[in-house]
Design a protein around this ligand. Structure first.
Ligand code: AMP
Ligand code: ZN
Length: 285
């Protein structure tokens, strides 16, 4: 793959969906992996080449697992190479440890981790003045979500399958996914071409706690790769259709503020407080 072709594909998504606008303060959620690193470098390049008056920062949650400090070092290196400021948020700041949570809930750790990420990736950047949060979610991720949701007859989520999720509430940041039309392998090649260090994809920070959901995701990535081998351009065609389909499913949830922490939620109590209300005494505000 030519890097120019990769960049022009991503730039087209950024332009078409107005992912970057003047006066934006975009926080790129960095996991240490190749995908979010690609989002950081590609956004930086776009902003520079188009002289957009906008601020870019890295944001990383340190989950406090045995490998988290090593992951943080990689993220620090990525931000340094991109010459962007990095904000690191240690989970222990809110008195939460995933290992403790695991003892108290039967929910799979990946889903707990997802609740935490969604909550903190909105709350912390917003409180620091962000206008948008960018993630490294890419084409293969969305195809996996798409097939799993269709099989589970969970059509509501399709409304969220687009490169830009506008804010639905004053406390909800706009989410952007610049890598919507490129796959994981392309991101790997992009990072390699820039010599950007990254943590290997299948090293989930919680593998040591037997996180099984990620293995299921790997199976789906394989299935999608196989279809693409048989049917060239399958992924790209599917994504184009999915964006169109997302327009048929409106985001019908009217958000309100969680009665415990005040963060936006569609229910009385948000997903975070439901999970961590055990820790309610430890002020999460
Ligand atoms: P995942 O759910 O692990 O596939 O991650 C999806 C996206 O969430 C990544 O592409 C990142 O943008 C973001 N992300 C994942 N882990 C972290 C983290 N520890 N800190 C900040 N952002 C993260
Ligand atoms: Zn809450």
């Amino acid at each position: 793959m030519k890097i120019e072709a990769y960049l022009s594909k991503v730039f087209r998504t950024i332009r078409r969906f107005k992912l970057v606008e003047p006066n934006d303060r975009i926080f790129v959620a960095l996991s240490g992996g190749k995908d979010s690193a690609s989002a950081l470098f590609v956004l930086k390049k776009y902003i520079e080449e188009n002289s957009v008056d906008c601020e870019l920062k890295g944001f990383h949650i340190n989950f406090g697992s045995p490998i988290s400090n090593r992951v943080q070092e990689v993220v620090e290196k990525q931000a340094e190479m991109a010459e962007t400021k990095l904000i690191v948020f240690p989970l222990k700041n809110i008195g939460v440890s995933l290992a403790d949570v695991r003892k108290k809930t039967k929910r799979p750790l990946c889903s707990v981790c997802g609740v935490l990420k969604r909550y903190l990736m909105n709350k912390v950047p917003r409180e620091m003045g962000a206008t948008k949060v960018a993630t490294g979610h890419h084409m293969d991720d969305f195809l996996v979500f798409f097939f799993k949701n269709v099989l589970g007859q969970n059509f509501f989520w399709i409304s969220k399958f687009k490169p830009k999720l506008e804010s639905q509430h004053p406390k909800m940041l706009c989410k952007i996914r610049p890598l919507f039309m490129v796959g994981g392998e392309e991101n790997r090649l992009f990072c390699e071409s820039l010599n950007v260090p990254f943590i290997e994809e299948d090293v989930c920070p919680y593998t040591y706690l037997n996180c099984r959901i990620d293995l299921k995701r790997e199976k789906w990535y394989r299935i999608i790769r196989r279809i693409e081998e048989e049917h060239k351009n399958f992924r790209h065609q599917m994504m184009t259709s999915i964006i169109k389909m997302s327009e048929f499913f409106t985001t019908k949830n009217s958000l309100k503020e969680c009665s415990i922490c005040g963060e936006p939620t569609s229910q009385e109590i948000c997903g975070f407080c439901k999970l961590f209300k055990l820790n309610k005494d430890k002020n999460v505000k």
